[in-house]
Design a protein around this ligand. Structure first.
Ligand code: ADP
Length: 263
């Protein structure tokens, strides 16, 4: 805390009051520190693919271009790195829009179970891994007021993580339960898990338990940070539960629509 004092004087010059302004510098310093760290992270994340691309392009220039097999391989690498940068910039723009509150939630009354079914269907159709999905969805329908695009992205981020960190033949359980006026979604995998001490950190920007592994799997380190912003913007909560080497569950809660049971 920092305090600035000013003495209030009467016309005759005598003091008759004191104004104290107290600033919470620790909070401001914290914000500044986080901002600096964020910029350093962004720079590093962008520099990594750029240096990779640079060296592959140099190798092509130095002759690899004349070897069709090698050339194809090197171009493939630069292509993948470009894609990673596009993903990263897209995620960054999205986060900055969320930070600046430069978005409008497009809330629509939605049959939640149907909404989840459709997302799982899409993942089942397009998966190129041997993974099974277990649907534990309630019978009947109930409604939530959600921004469908944003919530689709949240679930996409969680499900793609579950797939990325799952073992061959793993099972992903998608569970929806209703409790009072809240609805809870839990997505569990049987993957590598997250060490207990890192559970809360995975929602921070650029935090990864294993940076090399996350990069190899195409991650930007921003997926869960975006998910958290989006869930909180819709009045919800999100958290992780995990057992190292056993699996991970990401839970989120959303408020139920007041007229949920009415058709
Ligand atoms: P990334 O793009 O690296 O996946 P995320 O923000 O989506 O970034 O996740 C942050 C980190 O949390 C990941 O790098 C990974 O270490 C960890 N993580 C997220 N989901 C899972 C999961 N289902 N199983 C194990 N680790 C996970």
């Amino acid at each position: 805390l920092r305090a600035n004092f000013s003495i209030v004087k009467k016309e005759n010059g005598l003091a008759n009051g004191l104004i104290a302004v107290i600033h919470d510098v620790t909070e401001q310093e914290q914000v500044d520190m986080e901002r600096r760290e964020f910029v350093a992270n962004v720079s590093h994340e962008l520099r990594t693919p750029l240096t990779t691309m640079k060296s592959y392009l140099e190798a092509l220039q130095d002759g690899a271009v004349d070897d069709p097999k090698l050339a194809a391989k090197f171009l493939d690498v630069t292509q993948k790195e470009t894609e990673r940068m596009i993903r990263l910039v897209k995620d960054l723009l999205q986060l900055s829009r969320l930070d600046a509150k430069e978005y409008k939630l497009n809330l629509q009354r939605t049959n939640y179970v149907l909404f989840c079914e459709e997302i799982i269907d899409r993942f089942e159709m397009t998966k190129n891994q041997n993974i099974q999905f277990n649907r534990r969805l309630p019978k009947g329908s109930f409604y939530v007021q959600i921004d469908r695009d944003k919530l689709t992205q949240v679930i996409d981020n969680i499900l793609s993580n579950a797939m990325k960190y799952s073992p061959e033949g793993g099972l992903i359980t998608f569970q929806v339960t209703r409790r009072g006026n809240k609805i809870r979604t839990a997505i569990s995998d049987q993957g590598v898990g997250i060490p207990k001490e890192n559970l809360a950190k995975v929602f921070e920007r650029f935090y990864r338990v294993d940076k090399a592994r996350s990069r190899k799997l195409g991650g930007t380190g921003l997926g869960l940070a975006i998910a958290k912003e989006m869930i909180e913007a819709q009045g919800g909560e999100i958290w992780a539960e995990s057992e190292w080497n056993r699996g991970t569950t990401i839970h989120f809660i959303l408020p139920l629509d007041r007229e949920s049971d009415q058709r």
